[in-house]
Design a protein around this ligand. Structure first.
Ligand SMILES: Nc1ncnc2c1ncn2[C@@H]1O[C@H](COP(=O)(O)OP(=O)(O)OP(=O)(O)O)[C@@H](O)[C@H]1O
Ligand SMILES: [Mg+2]
Length: 307
């Protein structure tokens, strides 16, 4: 059983004032209580409900009162959530609710967007990712990212995988070969490609390409893997392979995954966070979020009544 980090217990922001509501047993939204989602849509501030089990985990990443604007439009509102170490956490919610924005904030991919402003903080371990002097390239190596559409580079399978090491100037052939094999084994692709490492990565099937991208993401030995709908362009069989792989990866990495697929979230994640209109609504163990969430709004979403 993991213990909360000292940072967590001493200085964490109040994670969801609605916890009091749960402790007093008034956890389900009732008809007397105006619907949270309607209140959010009308611009009211509504506290997230975060289950205690999440707070007992050791966090790898801590998102603290994080707000983000694209120009004048606010896309994330006061999000505070720990991402448990060595677990799979799924972000779910209707299209446009800010899942990808939040994921891209965690490794500062959003830095590249003009007119973007943020407030609040994100910690990796105990360090702010926004602290002066943080090397963003190094940060992204600690947090590998895989996108919706597989994006292998137009180079060989081998060079795709060792790309992060090449950028670092690594030329030692035996080190490159070792990392290539270890990463391809780690992404469950080795057996399929070991005899064609010098063929183009673009010649692989979609599912293989996505596993190649995962191999590239783990080649730099990251702490965190950020996956944005990694299976949405894949057929069911390739999807199952990636899901199996995520299950295997979680012992070594902290995984934060965006998915539209409720079954997938319930199959592969330990924790699930439900977002709506740029806000965190409820965050808890996946089994509870899908079977007995504290909020009726979450229940309506996971059972497909809206979204
Ligand atoms: N580069 C951008 N510039 C301006 N607005 C943006 C940008 N990217 C996203 N947005 C807006 O921010 C909001 C959140 O978008 P985001 O892509 O994070 O949602 P999402 O939950 O990932 O949606 P989906 O499930 O459709 O992928 C949306 O209103 C979107 O239009
Ligand atoms: Mg998205």
């Amino acid at each position: 059983m993991s213990t909360p980090s000292p940072h967590f217990s001493s200085s964490m922001p109040a994670y969801g004032g609605a916890m009091d509501e749960i402790r007093t047993g008034k956890s389900k939204a009732t008809s007397a209580q105006p619907n949270r989602l309607a209140r959010i849509a009308s611009g009211q501030k509504v506290e997230a409900v975060i289950h205690e089990q999440v707070l007992k985990e050791t966090p790898s990443v801590e998102i603290q009162h994080f707000n983000l604007w694209y120009g004048k439009k606010q896309a994330l509102h006061d999000i505070s959530m720990p991402i448990p170490k060595g677990k799979v956490t799924a972000l779910i919610g209707p299209s446009g609710c800010g899942k990808s924005t939040l994921l891209r904030s965690v490794n500062r991919m959003n830095d590249l967007i003009d007119g973007l402003t943020t407030r609040g903080d994100i910690l990796l371990g105990s360090d702010s990712i926004f602290a002066p002097g943080v090397d963003v390239i190094e940060l992204r190596k600690r947090m590998g990212m895989v996108f919706q559409k597989p994006n292998p580079f137009p180079m060989s399978i081998f060079e795709n995988v060792v790309y992060p090491l090449r950028i670092d100037g690594q030329r030692d052939k035996s080190i490159l070969s070792q990392v290539c094999e270890k990463s391809l084994r780690g992404s469950a692709l080795w057996e399929e490609v070991k005899d064609r490492l010098h063929e183009s990565g673009l010649g692989l099937s979609g599912g293989q390409q996505q596993r190649l991208c995962i191999a590239r993401a783990i080649a730099s030995d990251p702490e965190v893997l950020l996956l944005d709908e990694p299976c949405s362009a894949l057929d069911p069989l390739a999807t199952l392979k990636i899901e199996d792989l995520i299950g295997q990866l979680q012992s070594e990495y902290t995984v934060l995954i965006v998915t539209h697929n409720m079954q997938q979230a319930s199959r592969i994640s330990d924790y699930t966070a439900f977002m709506y209109l740029g806000r965190l609504i409820e965050y808890g163990p996946t089994s509870q979020i899908f079977t007995k969430p504290h909020l009726k709004e979450t229940e309506d979403y996971v059972t497909g009544r809206f979204g």
